[in-house]
Design a protein around this ligand. Structure first.
Ligand code: ZN
Ligand code: ZN
Length: 394
């Protein structure tokens, strides 16, 4: 194990852009794999810092009750935090609470997994109860005996935590043990893990994310950042930042993000969206899916054909008394024929086309809401210091 660790550190130092042991920050405790280590450290394959870390921000999507992550620099969005971002959180917990990187990682990962394991109301109820339980012990330095144990026949605890698969796992990670019908903690249980778990539980329970700084993003109905849809985060649309529904058939229009990002051939292919720019400019968005667009086009083609036939009949001198009544009336069209439509194709690249203009917060193609700027590792340490009452972190 130690040999594997030092071999990794040696390899990190032999890269074209060497990573010093100080910069490696204990990564050897988590992996012996060079590739994985570079990911965790936010370095490219030559060891060069990718400067990605400072561009990642954590958000809380209010409609989905779910965290997501945005890279401002490359306009890349993800439900999952990137490895370098997670590693920073683990490093900070490790330094702050004097716990191993492995335990810091395990606490983070256990809670992170739990966040999407059940319906949001179940998850946040459990987190609130856990935050109180672990917080009570951490706050008093585990000096108050009654905080150390929970009866498993406590109805509230049972319903909120014990009966929810995965919820109690964090308690076992930081020292609780089951003895018969009681969960209890030793009087001399190490405080570091308890404090680390308590602070993370509180931030997550308060919907402030892992960082404690997740920005809440509401649907379009509330602040105009995203169109409302109940399909966000659902299979086939998991990676889609913005879900438009067809204004005629109400189907969600898939822009192909999931297939693009996962590379899975069984993910649904993207389709075109047809947006009426006349209506959009008038503040009443109107979109058509591929199927409804085809119907709309057919209607227009039929109308054009009928008009030609009528014209031909008139030229032949035919009285054509019923000509007017047989033509398709305007009410048959799916939309006003005089309006202009924009054809929006499926996503072809992971990076948005507006690369380089990401600093503009008024960018209409930024679907995940506003992106506050400023930050980086130094800032992360500073905010940690503020969060914990002026403690210093190197
Ligand atoms: Zn449709
Ligand atoms: Zn229109």
């Amino acid at each position: 194990m130690a040999a594997g660790g030092s071999a990794l550190l040696t390899r990190l130092q032999q890269l074209p852009h060497p990573v010093s042991p100080a910069d490696a920050q204990g990564v050897e405790q988590l992996t012996g794999d060079l590739h994985e280590a570079l990911h965790l450290l936010g370095r490219d394959s030559e060891g060069q810092p990718t400067s990605q870390l400072s561009h990642w921000r954590e958000y809380f999507g209010v409609p989905e009750q779910r965290l997501y992550y945005v890279n401002e620099e490359i306009s890349y969005n993800s439900w999952d935090a990137p490895p370098c971002w997670k590693f920073r959180e683990w490093s900070l917990d490790s330094q702050l609470y004097g716990i191993s990187l492995r335990l810091a990682r395990d606490i983070y990962q256990t809670l992170d997994r739990f966040l999407t394991q059940h319906a949001p109301e179940v998850v946040f109820k459990a987190l609130a109860v856990l935050a109180k339980l672990v917080g009570n012990v951490a706050d008093c330095g585990n000096t108050i005996e009654r905080f150390r144990s929970v009866k498993l026949d406590n109805a509230k605890f049972r319903a909120a935590v014990w009966d929810v698969p995965g919820a109690a796992q964090v308690l076992f990670l930081v020292g609780w043990r089951q003895q018969g019908s009681t969960l209890s903690l030793a009087a001399d249980a190490p405080l570091g893990p308890l404090r680390a778990a308590a602070s993370r539980l509180r931030r997550l329970a308060e919907k402030k994310g892992h960082s404690g700084e997740a920005v809440a993003v509401r649907p379009a109905a509330e602040d105009g950042s995203r169109p409302p849809s109940q399909y966000y985060g659902t299979p086939g649309l998991r990676y889609q930042e913005q879900i438009f529904h067809c204004s005629v058939c109400d189907r969600p229009i898939n822009d192909g993000s999931e297939r693009l990002w996962t590379g899975r051939h069984d993910a649904p292919p993207g389709e075109y969206r047809y947006e009426c720019s006349t209506c959009r400019d008038a503040g009443a968005p109107f979109n058509l899916c591929q199927g409804c667009w085809d119907v709309f086009q057919t209607q227009q083609a039929q109308q054009a054909q009928q008009q030609q036939q009528q014209l031909a009949q008139q030229q032949q001198g035919s009285s054509g008394g019923d000509g007017g009544s047989s033509s398709t009336s305007g009410s048959h069209y799916l939309h006003d024929r005089t309006h202009a439509f924009q054809h929006i194709g499926p996503r072809m690249t992971r990076h948005n086309d507006y690369y380089g203009s990401a600093s503009s917060s008024s960018d209409p193609s930024n679907p995940w809401g506003n992106r506050p700027r400023g930050g980086g590792y130094g800032r992360a340490l500073q905010r940690l210091s503020e969060r914990y009452g002026g403690m210093r972190f190197a």
